[in-house]
Design a protein around this ligand. Structure first.
Ligand code: GLN
Length: 604
């Protein structure tokens, strides 16, 4: 339906309507295609992984895609959420603090996302209430339907305009039946009606149980879950059945029978050894074709682009499968019981491992109780460590003990954010003779506060969205390891309140610490390293480099760590590693592009 027809059909002669249709300027109904993914039966099925893999299949065909996650909770963003409960807080380049699923999308699509790609009920309600306070509802009582749902659709259409996407992938958080997500499901039902036939494709992700006492797959829970979706007025076009093993034809037919979906559009989506195998699994099963057919997108396919994209991807998968060597990397943190708290670090390690042809085995080292002595023991047999980001005091001394062990035993080490700050403290205490030094986050009364609040943070009172957040440029010091990695400048994402206090830079650098990356316009230290004559790989960064590592563009800090760890693990390992910064510099010198294989930072 086009805008005029729809608007005419919903207004009576006086111009009154029960609909609430705030269309963003320039939006044309029916011009954008939407794929909406709903969860049924239970949460935790990997809806984000599924939806991002499906989006990748369409992106590979030359279509422009953009994802959006609709979160049920009332928080404005994920910034104040505890990683113990919710997994890591992902940070976008524009500073949005969001759900870790956005990381899954950025990695799968090799795309930088922004605040429009992340919606919470809190944001939607805030917009509705702001509109009400400014008289935006013209005397009407403000209701869930049509006003809250109208705001959800409005957001999706704003995203469609801003991204110019052919297809917007909408992931509805939670599970059908959750009260807090009901307005999203209702909004999607309305959207399908307003956008018109074949503009919106509904995909239900469900779960097929296989109780060990029965030894066979049972479809009842899936049937009931989809029935629940039908009750909301959403008729799925495609059903994806999550299960441990491939879902049998019989079970898929049964689900088809109970849900008005043709059996050829009820697919299996069973467990895979890596999430990066899922796009091929979906393609093999025919998901992409089903979506393209429903949305009538066939004429927009670029077959040449698809062939090239699949070839690049299959190169990654071949390396993933054929990795022969193995290294152990320790993650020394306090959230080690909840792996999701370090999701992006794990992925960044996997990317580096695949690039270097090895498997990275992660060893979790809980620093809450560690001392110098027990750190030596805990790190035995490990080939490298990552000291990750954190907040508060717990586990700090254990991290410092690990850093001391790494520095003094030449164990490859990467400190991230809080880990970078702890590396400065360890160095100040044990090399520069400042025994009573700390971060003011931990001890406000210490004699040498080498890590203290950023100047702009001193005036801030609230908690949400108030840190130094998002992507910032980093200027690199020539002649350092960082310059080999990045060239003259780079950009990374940040999320912190504290920094190296510039007053202590003379002592730290006199002791031998090199600050090889800093902010171009402020004295904020971003990267530290020890000279390679003293240590094979001791680096730290105030940023979060794990957030921008992608399968085909592994992040140099992780590449460097795994590469040097390999040398420690295998005495016969002498593969060279050319960093992107070096490749770029030599290209400048000789005025020719370096061969593609010598780049570790190839674009997807
Ligand atoms: N707590 C530290 C700060 O605010 C480090 C934060 C982090 O590791 N993300 O600066």
């Amino acid at each position: 339906m086009d805008n005029e027809n729809l608007l005419n059909s919903i207004r009576d002669q006086s111009g009154e309507t029960e609909f609430h249709l705030p269309l963003p300027a320039g939006y044309q109904l029916g011009s954008t295609k939407f794929v909406a993914v709903f969860g049924t039966v239970m949460s935790g099925l990997g809806k984000g992984i599924f939806s991002s893999s499906l989006a990748k299949c369409l992106q590979d065909k030359g279509l422009t895609v953009t994802p959006v996650k609709l979160e049920g909770y009332l928080n404005i963003d994920s910034g104040t959420l505890n990683p113990f409960r919710h997994g890591e807080v992902f940070v976008l380049d524009d500073g949005t603090e969001c759900d870790m699923d956005l990381g899954t999308y950025e990695r799968a699509l090799a795309q930088d996302l922004n605040r429009l790609n992340f919606v919470t009920s809190g944001q939607i309600y805030r917009r509705v209430l702001d509109r009400e306070r400014t008289g935006g509802y013209l005397g009407r009582d403000v209701q869930m339907i049509p006003h809250v749902t109208g705001e959800v659709k409005n957001h999706l259409r704003e995203l469609a305009i801003a991204s110019k996407a052919d297809v917007v992938f909408v992931e509805i958080g939670g599970t059908v039946g959750d009260v807090e997500n009901a307005h999203y499901i209702e909004a999607m039902r309305q959207l399908a009606f307003e956008e018109g036939q074949h503009s919106v494709c509904f995909v239900a992700l469900t779960y097929v149980l296989e109780p060990s006492i029965l030894g066979e797959q049972k479809s009842k829970a899936a049937q009931l879950g989809i029935r629940r979706l039908l009750e909301c007025g959403v008729q799925p076009h495609i059903i994806a059945c999550r299960a441990q093993a491939p879902v049998t034809r019989k079970v898929r037919e049964k689900i088809a029978l109970f849900s008005n979906v043709p059996p050829e559009r009820v697919f299996s989506m069973h467990d895979c050894e890596s999430v990066y195998l899922i796009p091929e699994l979906l393609r093999g099963a025919g998901y992409d074709k089903a979506v393209m057919d429903w949305l009538e997108l066939k004429p927009r396919v670029d077959e040449e682009a698809e062939r090239a994209a699949r070839e690049r991807w299959s190169g990654y998968l071949t390396r993933l499968r054929n990795a022969e060597r193995q290294v152990s990397i320790g993650i020394t943190g306090k959230y080690t019981a909840v792996r999701d708290a370090y999701a992006s670090i794990l992925k960044a390690l996997e990317h580096a491992g695949v690039y270097l042809g090895c498997k990275v085995q992660v060893c979790w080292v809980d620093t809450s109780e560690l001392t110098d002595k027990s750190a030596d023991q805990a790190l035995r047999g490990i080939h490298g460590i990552i000291v990750p980001g954190a907040f508060g005091t717990r586990g700090a001394e254990g991290k410092i003990a690990c850093l001391k062990h790494a520095r003094t035993t030449r164990l490859p080490c990467l400190g991230i954010c809080y880990g970078f700050q702890m590396a400065v403290i360890e160095f100040a205490r044990n090399v520069c003779g400042m025994e009573d030094t700390n971060s003011t986050e931990i001890d406000n009364e210490c004699r040498y506060p080498t890590i203290s609040l950023l100047p702009e943070q001193k005036k801030i009172e609230g908690l949400g969205g108030t840190m130094r957040l998002g992507g910032f440029d980093i200027q690199i010091k020539p002649g350092t390891l960082a310059s080999r990695m990045f060239g003259e400048k780079t950009r990374m994402r940040f999320r912190h309140r504290y920094e190296v206090d510039p007053r202590y830079l003379p002592q730290l650098t006199a002791g031998g610490m090199i600050f090889s990356g800093k902010s171009p316009r402020a004295e904020i230290m971003n990267i530290l390293e020890l000279p390679e004559s003293l240590h094979p790989y001791y680096v730290g960064t105030q940023a979060h480099p794990e957030l921008t590592s992608r399968p085909l563009t592994s992040q140099p800090f992780f590449l460097g760590l795994v590469h040097v760890a390999l040398r420690r693990a295998y005495t016969d390992y002498d593969e060279p590693l050319a960093y992107a910064g070096e490749a770029a510099a030599s290209a400048d010198d000789e005025n020719i592009a370096p061969p593609a294989e010598s780049r570790c930072h190839t674009e997807m």
